[in-house]
Structure formats: C-alpha cells, structure tokens
Design a protein around this ligand. Structure first.
Ligand code: BDP
Length: 696
C-alpha cells in the first residue's frame, strides 16, 4: 500500500460481528433528488459500501426495512415527511443529522441536511462510523461546523514548485489543464469533503499576477468545476501590483479610480469563469511583497478596495496580518499588532484578517498571536501551517493537533477568563458574522500526497478542528489511525500515544523552554542557533535567543521589548514573571541567568540540556513503538515510516548536539553528568548547515 488512498481505503472490514451488523442494517440506498453533489454522494457510498462490506448495496426508489435514506427536505418528500424539520432548522446550511428512525413503518437510517453538501458531509460521517467500527443500530448524531470558511492555502507556484512544500511538486498540472482532469483532483476533493474543508486557495501567497489572466483562469475554472460537487470553493491569491504588471496601469494605488475599476473588472471577469469564486487571499507589504503601503495607504485601504470588487458576487477577501519589517526598530513579534490593531473596525464586512497562530512564524511552539481578542470589530481568521516548514519538514513524524489545540484553547482573557482563541475564531466572543480557519497545505504530487505518511494526519486533523475545535487530539488521532491502518487496539493504543507525544518531543529536541527561530538560515532545515550578521537581523537566530555569558532568552516584559503588553492583563499576569511563567514559554518572554532555577530544581542550563537529550531519546522510543507494530501494517507503509523514523532520530541528535554545544559556548558549564557527549565538535555541526557562511 503506497498510502495514496489516505484515510479512504475502504477495504473489507475485519470484525465479523460488525460486518454482519452493517450488512443487516444497510439493505439499500434511497436518495431522492438529483444534483451533481448527490451524484458524487451516491458514488462515494457505492465505493465505500462495496469495499467495506464486500457486497454491492442496491439503490432503491421505495422504502424497505433497513434502508439508508438520504436527502434534504427540499428535494426528498420522504425526508420532508419525517419529523426532523425542527432539528434540521438548527443545523445551518452545512450541518447534517444521522438518525435511526421509522420511515413508513420501516426501520431506516436517515442522513438529512438542509443542503446537498450537508448530505455529502453526513454521508462521509456515516462511512466513517463503519470504517471505525462503531455501532450503527441506533444512531442519533447531528453536527454543524463551528467555523464558516475551512480553507487550505496552497503555496503552489505556477511552475509547480511549492514554497515550503516537502511532498514533491504541485498537484496542479497547469500545463495539462484545462483539458486533462487528473484523477488526483477528484480524490483531493473527496478527501477534503470527508473532513469538511470547503475552500482551497490554489496559489502561493507570494503571488504571481499571471494566475489572473484568461490563459490561467480557464484552468482555474476546470478545477473549480471539478471541486464544486464536493462543496469545495476556489480562491486565488491576488498580487497587489497586478494592475501594473498585467493591467498596463501606472499605479496600483488602492484609492486610484482606475485601479479600483481594474480590480472590479478583473473580479467580474473571474466570476464569468467561476460563478461561485470564493475571493482573494492577499499577502501585502510583507517580505518584499507589494501592497498599499507602497502608495502611502494602509492595509484597510488595500483590503477594502479588493473587497468592493468582489462584494456584489458574495466574494470575500482574506487579508494576511503576517507583516514585519526589519526597518522598524522593534521586536518583530509586535509588528502585526502595531499595524493592525488601530485598523479595527475599518475593514469592509466581507474582509477577514488572516492571522498566524503565533506572532513570529509557525515555530514548534509559540504563544497565541496577540491580535486574537484585540480586534473585536474585525473578523480574524486563524492561519495554521500544516506543511512542516519548521517542524522537521517531511522526515519528522509530528502530529500537529496538539499544537493547533494549544493555540485554540489558549485564553486571551479579553472578556474575562474563558475567552479562548477558539471563541475569537469561531465568532462567538465578538459576534463576528464571518469566520474562517486556514491551513497551509502539506500536499504535493508524491504518491502518498504528504511525503511522510503521518503528514496525512495533519491534513486530517486540520479539517476536523476547523469543523469542530472542541474535538480532542486523541479522538482525531483515533479516527485517523483506524481508517488509515486498522481497528486493532494493540496497534491503536501505542501509536495514538506516540502521536500525542510527538509534538512535545519535537519541541524538546528543537526549541525547548520557549526558544524559537534557531533553525538553519533560509531553508529552515536543521539547527542554526549560530545564524547572525545577515541582511536582516530578524532573519537571524541570535536576534531571538539572545544567549550571552550571563544568560539566555528574549525579554518581552516591560524591562525588554514589552511585547507582553499587547496581551490582556490576565495573560500579562500569567507570563509576566520568570519565576511563575509557564516553562514552555519561559525563554519566549524572559531572559534568565544560566543558573536560574526551573521547576525541576535544575538550572536553566541543565534543563535545556536535559530537554534536548530527552527529546532525542524519545525519538528512539518512537522507533521501538513503531517496530512493534509490524504485524498490523503492510510492508510498504511499515518500512516507509520505519526509515523516516531513523532519519528523524539522526536529525533529533543533530539538533541536540548542535544546540547544546553552541549554547555551551555562552553558558561555560559542563553538559550534566549522565548525558552522553556529542559525537562531533560545534564547528562540525556548523559546517553541516549548507547555508552557513560566517559574516554574510
Ligand atoms: C514563512 C515562509 C515563507 C512564506 C511566509 C509567509 O518561510 O516562505 O512566504 O512565511 O507566510 O513561514 O508569507
């Protein structure tokens, strides 16, 4: 098995009792109404049921005992005749219910929703019940997404390279589009629909204006047409200077009438190709990208101009808050807040400001971004990174649900205790009328989609949490493991545990105790705590760890950059003092002496060493755990993960030794007794870094 089928393998179920129960309880499928979405729903059911149950389940037009009845009250008289309308009324456009009911005196299982896409989502949930061996004899399930826009962001370039992609090239084959519809596009849509993802931004945030030209729009249309039955909307990145680059205008000033008209026409043109086009994602005035500030305007001016261009068609603009500039002589962690907070309330209704989970950049651990909670009048959208730019790329097994949950569950305290980031993002804290969550995709044209097989779990958990952020990491891992591998508990228990610990393990061997941004320069692979003297200070490592003979860490309290003041008083209290600051964020918020005592009773130097060593040792444990599962996994996937875990262990040791040796040059203390000595010298590790050229 090469992993291509993801969590949708649909192989014959192994448990004989469950198999019997399912066969008995699903005697036929009755779908009333017709639409492209209902057609793919039926196809999916046929595929799933014939595979999982090993028999074809017939489609029928009359109700019989144990039928599976699907539809909406609008297109199915049968569903309409049932007593579910009041329940459905609470489920919105995308929610669904699955109930065991009596239909005309016959016991039946009903999958009902207010829209065909809701029916499709319910169907995937029903299929999952079978895949994960749940009892289906008495069902009463209902579910509604907590967030409206659940979107993948592909950082895919038109030449098919993928920025920060580690799973091959882009799955969009622009050359063969629009005429060639790769089966992958359909399987991609199926996978996304199965976890409730309802939007995809096809192109890199470092945008190329050519995507907005007719030659590409016809290709975009072909993808949108393919995805539409699955409820997946297409969005594009808008290069702010497009009016100049492809429009022949002299300026891209958002207040210029010609520029406004150009974007309006462009948007109208896009809608002729894609009538349900979702809108634009924009990276502006960040890392060299053009934007409104080039013309003395602000982010709201830029976002609103684009928002006006798509408003009449129901489009939205996702305007990114990932901005920082090394010409601003302040802590990078503060800059987005400084620029965006004053603009609260100044954005159009169809604008979402898209904010990364933390204030720096997708590090293994960051505190939540201070903008969450700080813009009550502006819907803020979460941006997580699924691709593992800073998390060992595609060779490291790290399950990210705990990372996402840590941010979502964090308390902003802006309306008292319990004002979690999740409540900001789902709109309940500030009554946002538009809500969203984006995940930077880890998908490429590798046969298994994500490079590392366990990367699939990150795509999966992103979708699940965007739908329902109250799900636990453990529950999501359990679902994914059952569908991807097996329902055997002897496999599930240890591997679930391994997944749950994997993120903390990675934090320990890369950036323990709140360290951050100490990776290799530019490529971001491997350790690079020694990176300094680059063209931008905020692209070096020394900027962030501030190690000196006295101590280590970034003072972000009032005695330092005071970034902490951007948070509500409750958060300031929590992190304000080194003595009481939760250890995961100690060196994020504080500069402490090497002999500072942490909770374990060790000095910070000793603790750093212990964390690096225990992190690396844990990868050794992961290898043992995986090796013990050989009899539950096919040889191809077993060996794939086994080989990658070996690489991961080498990388973890590399991080450990490089970082410990480097920080030791400041701490001037021995590596604590009992910990093995690094194999090589610091110079050796520095030379390992392909981009380490001192002084440049
Ligand atoms: C950083 C990446 C860079 C992206 C940037 C962004 O290193 O490639 O373009 O984020 O999010 O993480 O715009």
């Amino acid at each position: 098995d090469d992993g291509y089928r993801l969590w949708q393998r649909y192989e014959l179920l192994k448990d004989p009792q469950k198999l019997q129960q399912y066969r008995q309880n699903i005697s036929g499928v009755l779908i009333q109404g017709t639409s492209p979405t209902l057609t793919v729903t039926r196809q999916e059911l046929d595929m799933a049921l014939s595979g999982l149950l090993g028999q074809n389940v017939k489609n029928q037009s009359e109700i019989t005992a144990n039928a599976l009845v699907l539809g909406t009250p609008e297109n199915s008289p049968l569903i309409k005749s049932l007593n579910v309308t009041s329940k459905l009324a609470k489920l919105g456009t995308e929610g669904y219910l699955i109930e065991t009911v009596a239909v005309k005196g016959q016991k039946a299982t009903v999958i009902a929703a207010n829209s065909d896409v809701g029916v499709l989502y319910g169907t995937f949930q029903f299929i999952k019940l079978l895949q994960t061996n749940q009892d289906i004899t008495r069902l009463s399930i209902s579910s509604t997404p907590k967030i409206h826009r659940r979107i993948l962001n592909h950082w895919d370039n038109l030449n098919r390279t993928v920025e920060r992609g580690y799973a091959g090239f882009s799955i969009w084959d622009w050359h063969k589009l629009p005429d060639y519809i790769d089966q992958r596009y359909i399987d991609y849509a199926r996978a996304n629909a199965s976890i409730g993802i309802n939007g995809t931004v096809l192109t890199n945030v470092n945008a190329n204006a050519l995507i907005l030209t007719p030659a590409y729009l016809v290709k975009v249309k072909a993808l949108a047409d393919t995805f539409r039955p699955y409820g997946l909307k297409v969005y594009l990145t808008a290069r702010f200077s497009a009016p100049v680059e492809i429009g022949g205008l002299k300026t891209a000033d958002p207040l210029d009438e010609q520029v406004k008209a150009w974007w309006k026409n462009k948007a109208d043109e896009i809608y002729t190709y894609v009538p349900d086009f979702g809108g634009f994602l924009v990276k502006a005035n960040s890392e060299g990208q053009p934007g409104p500030q080039n013309y003395g305007r602000n982010h709201a001016d830029g976002a609103n101009m684009l928002a006006d261009a798509v408003a009449d068609k129901g489009g939205i603009v996702m305007w990114r808050a990932f901005v920082y500039d090394n010409k601003v002589p302040d802590d990078r962690a503060k800059q987005a807040f400084t620029e965006f907070k004053p603009l609260d309330g100044k954005f159009r209704k169809n604008v979402l400001v898209q904010v990364k989970n933390g204030p720096i950049d997708f590090q293994p651990r960051e505190p939540f971004h201070p903008l969450f909670g700080a813009m009550p009048q502006t819907p803020l959208m979460m941006e997580f990174q699924i691709t593992q730019e800073y998390l060992g790329q595609a060779t490291n097994l790290v399950y990210q649900a705990p990372l996402y949950k840590e941010t979502l569950d964090a308390d902003t305290f802006v309306k008292g205790a319990g004002s979690t980031v999740a409540k900001v993002v789902d709109g309940s804290l500030h009554q946002y009328n538009l809500t969203g969550m984006a995940g930077v995709a880890n998908i490429g044209n590798d046969r298994n989609w994500t490079g590392h097989l366990f990367g699939q779990a990150n795509w999966y958990c992103f979708g699940r949490l965007a739908w329902d952020h109250t799900l636990t990491s453990e529950k999501i891992a359990d679902e994914w493991l059952r569908m991807t591998f097996t329902n055997e508990t002897a496999f599930l228990n240890p591997i679930n545990k391994m997944m749950l610990q994997s993120r903390e393990t990675l934090v320990n061997y890369m950036t323990p105790l709140g360290l951050h941004h100490i990776m290799g320069y530019d490529h971001h692979y491997g350790p690079g705590p020694w990176i300094k003297d680059k063209k931008r200070a905020d692209w070096t490592s020394v900027y962030y760890h501030k190690a000196s003979p006295e101590g280590i860490g970034f003072d972000r309290t009032a005695t330092g950059s005071n970034a902490l003041a951007q948070y509500a008083p409750g958060v300031q209290k929590l992190y304000g003092k080194a003595e009481t600051c939760p250890e995961p964020f100690l060196l994020w918020f504080h500069h402490v002496k090497w002999d500072f005592k942490v909770k374990s009773g060790r000095t910070v130097w000793d603790e750093i060493c212990h964390r690096y060593y225990s992190g690396a040792a844990m990868v050794g444990e992961m290898r043992k755990t995986w090796d013990a599962t050989q009899s539950y996994v096919d040889a191809e996937r077993f060996n794939h993960v086994k080989m990658l875990l070996l690489i991961q262990e080498k990388e973890a040791r590399w991080w450990r030794d490089a970082c410990v040796l480097y920080f030791q040059t400041f701490a001037q203390r021995p590596i604590p007794a009992g910990l093995e000595k690094p194999t090589h010298s610091l110079e050796y590790y520095q030379k390992q870094d392909p981009k380490f050229v001192p002084g440049i």
